[in-house]
Ligand binder design. Structure first.
Ligand code: PLP
Length: 389
C-alpha cells in the first residue's frame, strides 16, 4: 500500500496485510519458529539471499513483517525493523550503525534506561555520549566532535514535556555528518512524523501507545533501506526479535491508534486546563496549553499536545504523595500510554537514582507529578485528583 495513496487512518487499518491461501479477513498469527522449503535448491537460494522468503523466526515472520509494513506506512519510512522491546530498538539501532570510537550527542531529558545503556554499556565498548539541553539547539552544535555519528532525542520529554526542535536539530546533525534519531514514543506517527521534519531514524517503544492497552512489550526502528540494513543485520544475528504474538497484538493496536491518540489528547488538554485552575497547583506543563514555554513549536511540530501532563503541587514531596495516595481510580505506576490513567512521582521513582542536584538542575522538583491520561471520563479523573489537592 503506497503511502500517498491513502490517509493515515486507512493505512493504520489496512497497510501491510498479507493473506494466506485461506483468504482470512483478519491478520494471521504465525506461531512457528521456522519455515520449510519445497526442495534443497530452494533452501539454498533462501539462505544465500537469492530468493526472498521466510527461513527462521529470528530473521523474519509473516506476522511481524505485517506489523513492520504497517508502522513504516504510518511513519512514512522505507523500512521498519521490529524488536522485542523499545530498549532493544535503541540497542539494535546503535549496534547496527555505530562502532568503537564513535560519539553520540543526546538530550539530557532521555528515558532512564536509555541513559543507562549509553553510560554503562556503550561506554565500555568505546562509544562516548555528551548530554545537552533538549531545547537549546546551540548546545547541540557546540558539542559536535569530529567523531560524532549520532544525535539522539525524545520529544516531548519525560516528565517535563520539553519540546526539541526536530527540524533545527536535524539541520545541525546534517551539517555535522551525523544521523538524527528521534524516540517518537510519546507522540506516535499520529501526532508527529520526525522523518518528514528531517530526522533520519525513528525509534518506538511499541509497549506504550502502539499497544495502548498495557499487554505486551515491543519496539521498532524506522528509516531508509540503507540505514536499516545494518540494524536488521544486528537483529537477525543477535536475536532481540519481536515475537509473532506481540506483532499481532500491535497490529490490532495500530488499527485504533488514531482514535486513541485523539481521545488521550482531548482528555489531557481538558485535565491540564482544569489543573491550571486549582489553587494548590503551582504550574502545569502540557504542550497543548498556551502557557507552555514552547507552545508555538509544539503546535507546529505535533498535531496535539499528546497524552502526558506534568504538574507541580505546592508543598513539595509531602503534598505530591498526598495527591497520589488519595487517588482511588488512577493506577500508581510508571507505565504510560495505556487506556487506564497512570500517576507517578518522578523524583522518588523514575528519576530517584540521579542526585538531588542533578534532579533540581533538570527541573524535576519534589512537588512534580506526572499523569499519563487515559480514556476514562475526565470528570472522574478530576474528582480522583481533587481529593488530595
Ligand atoms: C518505555 C520507553 C522506552 C523503552 O521501551 P521498553 O519497551 O520499555 O523497552 C524508550 N523510550 C521511551 C520514551 C519510553 O517511554
Amino acid at each position: 500500500m503506497s503511502d500517498n495513496e491513502y490517509q493515515l487512518e486507512t493505512l493504520a487499518v489496512r497497510a501491510g496485510r498479507a493473506q494466506t491461501p485461506f483468504m482470512e479477513h483478519g491478520e494471521a498469527m504465525f506461531l512457528t519458529s521456522s519455515f520449510t522449503f519445497d526442495n534443497a535448491a530452494q533452501a539454498a537460494r533462501r539462505f544465500i539471499g537469492e530468493e526472498p522468503g521466510n527461513i527462521y523466526a529470528r530473521f523474519t515472520n509473516p506476522t511481524t513483517s505485517m506489523f513492520e509494513e504497517r508502522l513504516a506506512a504510518l511513519e512514512g519510512a522505507e523500512q521498519c525493523v521490529a524488536t522485542s522491546s523499545g530498549m532493544a530498538a535503541i540497542l539494535a539501532c546503535c549496534m547496527g550503525l555505530l562502532k568503537a570510537g564513535d560519539h553520540i550527542i543526546a538530550s539530557r531529558s532521555l528515558f532512564g534506561s536509555t541513559i543507562n545503556l549509553f553510560n554503562n554499556y556503550f561506554k565500555k565498548f568505546g562509544v562516548e555520549t555528551t548530554y545537552v539541553s533538549a531545547t537549546d539547539v546551540a548546545e547541540w552544535q557546540a558539542a559536535v566532535l569530529p567523531n560524532t555519528k549520532l544525535f539522539f532525542l525524545e520529544t516531548p520529554s519525560n516528565p517535563l514535556t520539553e519540546i526539541s526542535d526536530i527540524a533545527a536539530i536535524a539541520a545541525v546533525a546534517k551539517g555535522s555528518g551525523a544521523l538524527l534519531a528521534v524516540d517518537n514514543c510519546f507522540c506516535t506517527p499520529v501526532l508527529q512524523r520526525p522523518l518528514e521534519l528531517g530526522a533520519d531514524i525513528v525509534i518506538h517503544s511499541a509497549t506504550k501507545y502502539i499497544d495502548g492497552q498495557g499487554r505486551v512489550l515491543g519496539g521498532a526502528v524506522l528509516g531508509s533501506k540503507k540505514l536499516m540494513e545494518p540494524v536488521y543485520g544486528f537483529l537477525r544475528t543477535a536475536g532481540p526479535t519481536m515475537s509473532a504474538f506481540n506483532a499481532w497484538v500491535f497490529l490490532k493496536g495500530l488499527e485504533t491508534l488514531k482514535l486513541r491518540m485523539d481521545a488521550h489528547s482531548a482528555n489531557a488538554l481538558q485535565l491540564a486546563q482544569w489543573l491550571e485552575q486549582q489553587p494548590n497547583v503551582a504550574r502545569v506543563l502540557y504542550p497543548g496549553l498556551p502557557s507552555h514555554p514552547q507552545y508555538a513549536l509544539a503546535m507546529k511540530q505535533q498535531k496535539t499536545g499528546g497524552g502526558i501532563v506534568a504538574f507541580e503541587v505546592k508543598g513539595g514531596k509531602e503534598a505530591a504523595w498526598k495527591v497520589i495516595d488519595n487517588t482511588k481510580l488512577l493506577s500508581i505506576t510508571a507505565n504510560l500510554g495505556d487506556t487506564k490513567t497512570t500517576i507517578t512521582h518522578p523524583a522518588t521513582t523514575t528519576h530517584a537514582r540521579i542526585t538531588p542536584e542533578a534532579r533540581a538542575a533538570a527541573g524535576i522538583t519534589e512537588g512534580l507529578i506526572r499523569i499519563a491520561v487515559g480514556l476514562e471520563a475526565v470528570v472522574d479523573i478530576q474528582n480522583d485528583l481533587a481529593r488530595g489537592l
